[in-house]
Design a protein around this ligand. Structure first.
Ligand SMILES: C[S@@+](CC[C@H](N)C(=O)[O-])C[C@H]1O[C@@H](n2cnc3c(N)ncnc32)[C@H](O)[C@@H]1O
Length: 423
C-alpha cells in the first residue's frame, strides 16, 4: 500500500482510530519503587513519637496505589492529527481525560521534564467564560476527604510521574501555602529526601492584601530529580552579570580581549566572573503575574501562569529536542513554551507632542527557543480547546518573525488549507 506521495503508507493512527491500551499487568505496584524510608523517618528517641506515616498517604504495602485506584484500561481515540511541525521531532500529544489513567498507559522512563500545577487545596471553584459566552465549569478545588483525601489523590499521580521520568529527568510541582508543607513531606517519601533540588519561591507581586497578617505574595515550586544524574542548565536562563555592576564589591577590570570582569577574593582564592556571561539563577524568582488587562499572553483561563515562569523551567531543565509533560495543563502555558515561545523585552521610543521622546520597555512574544516535544493532559474540555487554539496561534507568531505582515496573510491561507486537507 502506498500513500498519496507515493511512499510507504504511514503506520500513524488516523483520525477516529482507536489505539488499544497496553496490556494491563494487574500486578502490585513495584515494591522497591519508593526509596528506603526507615532510617529517615525513625525519630531520634529524645523527640518521642512523630506523627508521620512511613509511606506516602494512600500507599498500600502490598498493592501500592492500585488498591485505592484500580487500573482502568481504556483505548485512546485519535480526535485530531495536525500534520505540520518540526521535521525531525516526534509529534506532540494532547490528552483529554483523567491524568492518572492516561499516565498509566504511557511508557516508563520516557519523559525528560514534568511540570505540574495541580489544584492547590484552595477550597475554591474556578470557572471560565469561554467562546460562546456560556459559563463552563473549569475545575473544582474543593475536597470532600479534606487534606488527607487531597494528598492521597495527588500521591497516586506523583508516583506515576516518577515512573514516567527518565533517569536524567526532573519534576517541578507548583503549589502554595495551603498544602506545600504536606506535599513536600510526601514528595520526600516518593522521590527521596535527598532528591529535592530546590524549593523555588515565585514572588509574583500580586495576590491578596493582608490586614491581619503579612500579604501572601508567593507560590512554591518544589523541584525533585529522579536520580542524582539529572539534566540542568541554569545558565540557559540566568541573568547576565552586567546587572551586578555597581551593586557588589570586588574589583572590576577589562581583560586583553576587551571583556569586562569582576574579581572577588574569598577564602584565599580569586574568583573571576565575566560580565557578559549569565550566572546561575537563584531560588527566589521575581516574575510578574500576568496583569489583568494584558493583551500579549492573557487568555482568560483562571490560574494561568506566565510564560516567563515556564521559560525558566523548560529551558533550564529539558535538553533541546527532549520531552516535557504537563498533566494539569490548564490553558497550555507549558505546551506553548515547550513549542519555543519566549517573551522578549525591547526598549521602544515614542515621540511626545512637545517634541521630546519617551522610552518604555515593551514585551514581545516570539517563537525562537530551541523546540522540544510536549505531552499535555487535562480533564477539562475547555482546557484542551484553549490549548489547541493557543498552540495553533504560535504558527502565526512564528511566521511574523520571518515575514513582512503583507506577505503573511497569503501564506497563512495556504498553510491552513494544507493543514486541514491533510487530516
Ligand atoms: C491550576 S490549573 C493549571 C493552569 C496552567 N498551569 C496554566 O498555566 O494555564 C489546573 C488544571 O488541572 C486540571 N485537572 C484537575 N484534576 C485533573 C485530573 N485528575 N486530570 C487531568 N487534569 C486535571 C484542571 O482541569 C485544570 O485545568
Amino acid at each position: 500500500m502506498s500513500d498519496a506521495a507515493g511512499g510507504q503508507a504511514s503506520l500513524q493512527p488516523q483520525k477516529g482510530d482507536f489505539i488499544a491500551p497496553p496490556e494491563v499487568v494487574d500486578t502490585d505496584e513495584a515494591r522497591d519503587a519508593l526509596p528506603p524510608q526507615e532510617e529517615f523517618w525513625r525519630p531520634p528517641v529524645r523527640f518521642g513519637s512523630v506523627p508521620v506515616e512511613k509511606e506516602p498517604l494512600g500507599w498500600d504495602r502490598r498493592r501500592g496505589f492500585r488498591k485505592l485506584f484500580p487500573p482502568v484500561a481504556l483505548p485512546f481515540q485519535v480526535v485530531e492529527r495536525v500534520s505540520f511541525g518540526h521535521p525531525t521531532l516526534e509529534p506532540n500529544r494532547l490528552f483529554w481525560g483523567d491524568n492518572l489513567h492516561v499516565m498509566r498507559q504511557l511508557p516508563t522512563e520516557s519523559i525528560d521534564l514534568i511540570y505540574i500545577d495541580p489544584p492547590f487545596f484552595s477550597g475554591r471553584q474556578y470557572n471560565v467564560i469561554f467562546g460562546d459566552q456560556n459559563e463552563l465549569r473549569s475545575f473544582s478545588d474543593i475536597w470532600e476527604g479534606g487534606m488527607p483525601g487531597y494528598l492521597i489523590w495527588l500521591n497516586a499521580r506523583l508516583y506515576e510521574m516518577k515512573r514516567l521520568l527518565k533517569k536524567s529527568g526532573t519534576i517541578f510541582v507548583h503549589c502554595d501555602w495551603h498544602a506545600s508543607h504536606y506535599i513536600k513531606t510526601d514528595l520526600d517519601k516518593i522521590f527521596g529526601y535527598d532528591r529535592l533540588l530546590a524549593e523555588i519561591i515565585w514572588h509574583k507581586n500580586s495576590g491578596g492584601i493582608g490586614r491581619t497578617s503579612f500579604s501572601k505574595r508567593h507560590d512554591i515550586i518544589l523541584q525533585y530529580s529522579k536520580t542524582d544524574d539529572y539534566y540542568y542548565d541554569g545558565k540557559a536562563v540566568g541573568d547576565l552579570r552586567e546587572q551586578e555592576k555597581g551593586t557588589f564589591g570586588g574589583y572590576f577590570g577589562v581583560d586583553e580581549d576587551g571583556r569586562e570582569y569582576r574579581e572577588v577574593r574569598k577564602g584565599g582564592k580569586v574568583y573571576k566572573y565575566y560580565m557578559d556571561e549569565p550566572r546561575n539563577p537563584e531560588d527566589v524568582w521575581e516574575v510578574a503575574q500576568i496583569p489583568e488587562r494584558d493583551k500579549l499572553e492573557r487568555i482568560g483561563y483562571p490560574t494561568q501562569k506566565p510564560i516567563e515562569l515556564l521559560q525558566r523551567i523548560v529551558n533550564s531543565s529539558c535538553p533541546p529536542g527532549g520531552v516535557v509533560a504537563d498533566f494539569f495543563m490548564g490553558g497550555g502555558t507549558t505546551c506553548v513554551v515547550t513549542s519555543g515561545a519566549r517573551i522578549h523585552r525591547e526598549t521602544v521610543e515614542s515621540s511626545k507632542r512637545d517634541g521630546t521622546t519617551n522610552q518604555r520597555v515593551k514585551r514581545i512574544l516570539k517563537v525562537d527557543a530551541p523546540p522540544r516535544r510536549w505531552i499535555g493532559c487535562d480533564q477539562s474540555r475547555v482546557a484542551v480547546a484553549v490549548t489547541v487554539d493557543r498552540v495553533m496561534s504560535l504558527i502565526e507568531i512564528w511566521l511574523c518573525t520571518l515575514l513582512l505582515p503583507s506577505q503573511l496573510s497569503g501564506l497563512l491561507a495556504i498553510l491552513f488549507v494544507a493543514v486541514f486537507c491533510n487530516q
